[in-house]
Design a protein around this ligand. Structure first.
Ligand code: NAP
Ligand code: G4F
Length: 341
């Protein structure tokens, strides 16, 4: 693919596309999960189609290494543009759709509630309607979130735990979750929701807390930064490795019946522990370099998340291999490499 002229190349390749094996359509292909899922599906022999939104800066960084792949085709579009989605789904007739696109930052959703709802909630129903109106037998994956559990009603959280969203983002995800179930019940669509707990990697956006910490630790170790400012150090999350979580998405769509699954590690840790493990890994004392800045507090916080992935293990045969400390160390090591150490 010629990435210097993306609009032309993308359209041209799309028209030449001939269906061979299964083809998958991924929204959010340029994000953390989209990039790992693309690699995973290409390795399985899929033709992967990805939705890319037009940006004035480069948003293809995470998939740059895949751009020349003969079974990858990118299409311009946006989850806020129903007409474009309808035309694309009708043209591609995908066997599988993975709806990973979202305004995915919880704190930013408090500043952009309308926009977050439009992309993250209404975007899902636009896509489901596009599939329905195309009349194709498409299997649909919805990227649901543990944020939907919010002010948790029970611990650990399982598929039947009641929801209590605490942000515009979580409310939007809850709508997308239920509309997926509604289309399954109303129209017999094969739709699955993966209720994924936090999952991280060296490809994680730099404003999410794990990557913010791993990047800061690497920079401080190399003398490029003095301090790390964080918000709520007491928040607890169930953090897993994104590369492993995308396999669970695929497994859900390979089952005989559509269903919803919690994907998690079964461990929870505080932001404080995250900082401690990351600084320890490079031989520094976290307390010396970390300060609390209330700017990063949220109007309403999710204090604690802990998932039980038991159903995923029983039904999908899926289990996480990488746990908290290994993940944090892996991320710090990759950021040190990135910075040239
Ligand atoms: P991410 O890195 O933030 O990626 C989000 C993707 O959505 C990017 O490709 C982004 O495109 C795209 N996007 C944003 N707005 C769009 C729009 N209006 N139209 C089309 N595409 C748009 O997120 P992630 O961590 O990979 O997560 C993938 C999905 O899982 C998201 O829906 C997220 O909410 C959900 N989720 C994530 C986690 C987690 O811990 N990572 C846990 C549970 C659920 P650009 O590159 O152009 O910005
Ligand atoms: O890394 P975070 O921004 O992730 P959060 O809010 O849990 O959301 C992520 O995981 C969800 C799954 O549960 C996804 F659905 C969502 O799309 C996203 O990927 O924050 C984690 C915790 C929060 O409690 C936050 O208050 O870390 C706390 N925190 C403390 N200091 C901070 C900071 N978060 C950020 N982003 N930046 C800080 O400086």
């Amino acid at each position: 693919m010629n990435c210097e002229e993306p609009a032309l190349a993308i359209g041209a390749v799309a028209r030449q596309f001939a269906r061979v094996a299964s083809n998958a359509f991924i929204t959010g292909i340029t994000g953390q999960d989209g990039s790992y899922l693309s690699e995973f599906l290409l390795e399985k022999g899929y033709h992967v189609h990805g939705l890319v939104r037009r940006a004035s800066t480069d948003n293809l960084q995470r998939i740059r290494h895949l751009l020349d792949h003969e079974r990858l085709t990118l299409h311009h579009g946006d989850l806020t543009d129903g007409g474009g989605l309808t035309r694309l789904v009708a043209e591609l007739k995908p066997d599988e759709v993975y709806n990973l696109a979202a305004q995915s930052h919880v704190k930013i959703s408090f500043d952009t509630p309308d926009y977050t709802t439009d992309v993250t909630a209404v975007g899902a129903v636009r896509l489901l309607e596009a599939i329905r109106s195309a009349g194709v037998k498409t299997r649909y994956y919805q990227a649901s979130s543990s944020e939907m559990f919010g002010k948790v009603r029970e611990t650990p959280q399982v598929e039947t735990t009641p929801f209590h969203p605490r942000s515009p983002y979580a409310c939007a995800k809850l709508f997308a979750h239920w509309i997926t179930i509604n289309f399954r019940e109303a129209y017999g669509q094969f739709g699955c929701s993966g209720i994924l707990f936090n999952h991280e990697s060296p490809r994680r956006g730099e404003t999410f807390v794990t990557r913010k910490v791993s990047m800061a630790v690497a920079r401080i170790k190399l003398g490029l930064q003095d301090k790390l400012a964080l918000g709520n150090l007491d928040a607890k999350r169930d953090w897993g490795y994104a590369k492993e979580y995308v396999e669970a998405m695929w497994l859900m769509l390979q089952q005989d019946e559509p269903d919803d699954f919690v994907i998690a590690t079964g461990e929870t840790h505080t932001v404080r522990e995250l900082a401690q493990v990351a600084f320890d890994h490079v031989g520094l004392d976290w307390e010396q370099y970390t300060e609390v800045d209330p700017t990063y507090y949220r109007p309403a916080e999710v204090d604690m998340l802990l998932g039980d992935p038991g159903k995923a293990k029983r039904v999908l045969g899926w289990e996480p291999a990488t746990k908290f400390e290994g993940l944090v160390r892996l991320m710090v090591d990759e950021d040190l490499k990135l910075l040239g150490s």
